[in-house]
Design a protein around this ligand. Structure first.
Ligand SMILES: [Zn+2]
Length: 133
């Protein structure tokens, strides 16, 4: 599944099929994360947090990534922080590449059609376009 997903640096740990949707449990292959304060590297995992992120369809199936976004504890300032996931867009509703694909569709159509075709709300499509732009 990791190969089929083809998202660099991301490992698929588990998959589940529910109706039309494929849910993939994924985790970043990085063992360390960097404290946002002074950039200190840490490998001490403080807790695990799941976020749900929409990704590109695979063989016409809707794909949701259940991302284990780990919280680390800084070995320097002792404060917990969440790892940065560069494949997830900032508002965390979708992967970066999914937001880019939706934005491309909007360029050739409009927000309400793209929302309808992808079963998304217009607000969500709008926020993806804003993020990519
Ligand atoms: Zn720190």
């Amino acid at each position: 599944m990791t190969n089929i997903l083809n998202l660099p640096g991301v490992i698929v740990e588990n998959k589940k099929q529910t109706g039309e949707t494929l849910i993939l449990a994924v985790i970043s292959e990085n063992k360390t994360a960097f404290c946002p304060r002074y950039g200190q590297a840490s490998h001490r995992i403080h807790q695990n947090q799941g976020i749900m992120v929409r990704d590109l369809p695979i063989s016409n199936q809707e794909v949701i990534l259940r991302v284990n976004r780990r919280r680390f504890k800084c070995e320097n300032c002792q404060k917990p922080f969440s790892e940065t996931l560069n494949f997830v867009e900032t508002k965390k509703h979708s992967s970066r590449r999914y937001a880019e694909s939706i934005t491309k569709q909007v360029i050739h159509s409009d927000i309400s059609n793209v929302a309808k075709n992808n079963k998304l709300t217009e607000d969500l499509v709008g926020s993806m376009v804003k993020y990519v732009a």
